[in-house]
Design a protein around this ligand. Structure first.
Ligand SMILES: Nc1ncnc2c1ncn2[C@@H]1O[C@H](COP(=O)(O)OP(=O)(O)OP(=O)(O)O)[C@@H](O)[C@H]1O
Ligand SMILES: [Mg+2]
Length: 320
C-alpha cells in the first residue's frame, strides 16, 4: 500500500473557449469537472499503474459523491475527511490555440478539529503502508513545518517518504531529509536561491540536495525532461510529446511513476523512464493529472535516458 497525504483536494473545472478577452463575456464550448488537487492526481495515476493506494484528504458535503465516485472508478481508496468550509475550486480555461489560463481558488481554512482528523487518518494509513507521499500545498490552518514533522513520523516507522511541495513547506521538509523531493523548475530556483534554467543547473541542484541528505532528489524541468540522482549517479531523461495538449499535472503523474518504480525497486534509470512516460502521457491528453496505462506503456521505449555523471558520493563532493 502507498499512502498519500493530499490535504488540498480540489474541484477542477476544464473549460474550452474560443479566445480569452479580459472584460468580455465568454461562451463555453466544452466543460468538464474532475476531482482535483495534486494528491488526487498522484493517487489515480498510481492506481492506474497497478499499485494499491490510499488518499487522505479533505472533502465537503457538496462534492463528496463527485470525488468519491471518481476515486473509486479509478481504483483509489479515498479516505475523505469532511470539512465545514467549501473545497478549493480551480479553473482551467483553454483557448482554441491551446494556451491555458489557470485560476486557482484559495481554499478553505481548516479548523483544529479538521486538521487533527486528517492527521489521525494519515498516521493510521501510513502505519499500514510501505511508502508515503506528501503532495501539494497545505491548506490554510496548517503550519509550514507540517511536512517536516510528517517526514519524521514516517522515518520513525522505518519507511520512505516522498515530498512534492513548494516554498517554506519544501524548505522545511528538506531539513528532515525525505527519501525523495521533486521540485520543478520554479520550486528548485526558489529553494537554491538562483534561477535553475538548464540541465546543467538542475544537475548541480540535485547534487546539492544529495549533499543535504536526500537519497533520490529529482528536478523536473518541463519540456527539458527531468534530472535525478542516487548512488548510481546523476541521470537525465526526456521525451518530446507527439501532441502537447495539457501539461498541467504532469509533475504529479511524474511523481506517481517514480513512486511506483521505487515501490517495485526499479533502478533509477528505469524509474525515470517510467516517470517521464507518465508526465508526457498526461501532457498528451486534455485531462489534468492522469496518465493512462496504455499510453504510458506505449511511450516507455521512446524515453531517452543518459547518465550525466557517475556516482556522486553521498556528500555531493563530486560537484566540485
Ligand atoms: N511540454 C513538455 N514536453 C515534454 N515533457 C514534458 C512537458 N511537460 C511536462 N513534461 C514531462 O513531465 C515532467 C513533469 O513536468 P513539470 O516539470 O512541468 O512538472 P510540474 O511543474 O511539477 O507540474 P505540475 O505541478 O503541474 O504537476 C517533466 O520532467 C517532463 O518529463
Ligand atoms: Mg509540480
Amino acid at each position: 500500500m502507498i499512502t498519500i497525504a493530499g490535504f488540498n483536494t480540489a474541484i477542477d473545472r476544464f473549460i474550452q473557449i474560443d479566445a480569452l478577452t479580459p472584460g468580455e463575456v465568454h461562451r463555453v464550448r466544452t466543460e468538464k469537472v474532475y476531482a482535483g488537487g495534486k494528491g488526487v492526481h498522484v493517487a489515480q495515476t498510481i492506481a492506474e499503474l497497478g499499485e494499491h493506494v490510499r488518499l487522505i484528504g479533505p472533502i465537503d458535503a457538496a462534492h463528496h459523491s463527485l470525488i468519491g465516485r471518481q476515486m473509486s472508478a479509478r481504483g483509489v481508496l479515498f479516505r475523505g475527511v469532511e470539512i465545514e468550509g467549501e473545497l478549493r475550486q480551480c479553473l482551467a480555461l483553454q483557448e482554441e490555440g491551446g494556451s491555458i489560463t489557470e485560476i486557482l481558488g484559495q481554499g478553505p481554512q481548516l479548523s483544529q478539529i479538521e486538521q487533527d482528523a486528517l492527521l489521525r487518518d494519515f498516521r493510521r494509513s501510513a502505519d499500514q503502508s510501505e511508502l508515503v507521499i506528501l503532495s501539494g500545498s497545505l491548506p490554510r490552518g496548517f503550519a509550514d513545518t507540517l511536512y517536516a514533522e510528517l517526514v519524521e513520523y514516517v522515518h520513525g516507522l522505518g519507511k520512505r517518504c516522498l515530498v512534492d511541495a513548494s516554498g517554506d513547506a519544501l524548505r522545511n521538509a528538506v531539513v528532515a531529509k525525505p527519501f525523495l523531493v521533486k521540485p520543478n523548475r520554479d520550486e528548485i530556483s526558489q529553494l537554491v536561491g538562483h534561477p535553475v534554467i538548464n540541465i546543467e543547473a538542475a544537475q548541480a541542484a540535485v547534487i546539492a540536495l544529495r549533499a543535504r541528505g536526500i537519497s533520490m532528489p529529482v528536478v523536473t524541468m518541463g519540456d527539458m525532461g527531468a534530472v535525478a540522482a542516487d548512488d548510481t549517479g546523476v541521470w537525465h531523461a526526456q521525451l518530446a510529446p507527439t501532441q502537447l495538449r495539457n501539461a498541467v499535472g504532469s509533475g504529479d503523474c511524474f511523481l506517481a511513476g517514480m513512486a511506483v518504480a521505487i515501490k517495485r525497486n526499479m533502478p533509477l534509470e528505469q524509474a525515470l523512464r517510467l516517470a517521464v512516460a507518465c508526465g508526457v502521457a498526461n501532457a498528451e491528453s486534455n485531462e489534468t493529472g492522469f496518465a493512462e496505462r496504455g499510453k504510458v506503456e506505449s511511450l516507455l521505449a521512446n524515453v531517452k535516458t543518459s547518465r550525466l555523471q557517475a556516482a556522486p558520493n553521498a556528500r555531493g563532493e563530486a560537484m566540485h
